[in-house]
Design a protein around this ligand. Sequence first.
Ligand code: SF4
Length: 323
Amino acid sequence: MNETILIVRNLRKYFPVKGIFFTKGYIKAVDGVTFTVLRGSTLALVGESGSGKSTVGRLILRLIEPDDGEILFNGMNVRKLKNTDLLEFRRRTAIVFQDPYSSLNPRMTVYNILKEPLEAHNIDVGDVEEYIVSLLERVGLGKEHLYRFPHEFSGGQRQRISIARVLALKPELIVLDEPTSSLDVSVQAQILNLLKDLQESDKLTYLFITHDLGVVRYIASMVAVMYLGKIVEIADTDSIFSDSRHPYTRMLLSSIPVPDPKVARAREKAKLTGEPPSPLNPPPGCRFHPRCPYAMDICRKEEPPVVEIEKRHIVCCHLYVRR
Ligand code: SF4
């Protein structure tokens, strides 16, 4: 499992903020994001709300256009794709959104919802109904659900329908944008298990966007932590949980409940406090410095460089720069 499916380099997206007459400034939603994803793996993109993680997912799929940077999918330069190549890229990639209530058309039956992508991409699957029933069965639903409407299903079942819809085109890369955060905890576990099973059987690659580190531990092989439009740490999941280095990652981890009171007390000290500054006017130097208990003079002036602590463990923090 060492083949790279996705390379993202220096990705940027600034959204203009309009004043009455002029542009007041730019929200630096994604500001120089770089990572790679291996085929068949799950990279979790983690951060607080407003960190830019969902924007990264949409930029990679070209649902919004980047301002700068490079996206290579199976070696193809995604930003340059046009016409049939772009359509083929859209077939090979997919997104599952957070809210299964609004991502399904309430006026369409399940049959039509699942038939739509096949028609849009002109894909011949032989007996369409048989194919759609097979998709439903793969996500734990059945033939009896075929001609029902979305409002007749629970939240978990609707998310299963959303997953069946993306499976219809046999994608290779799926962006999962908080796919379980609007569901009950017991239903969350069922959907995560389903996603894991499908990943194994179909060799799927996931970019899993979430603010929930409990979910990350269960599903991800690598974790990238984002803060105010930048990645501050990337490592494999075990290293993030047992040996995280960036003060922000440690603070995020401190918010996960643990049964051991000793560990809980130790984590209390590292608790995340304060709100992230506005991405319209991020602080100079390290963007985390106003909330960082280890902030030094240099942190207020200079952006921290990328430091490779170990193989495949990267951190952006002045604490790890040898001087
Ligand atoms: Fe804290 Fe400085 Fe590291 Fe930023 S660079 S996380 S302010 S120590």
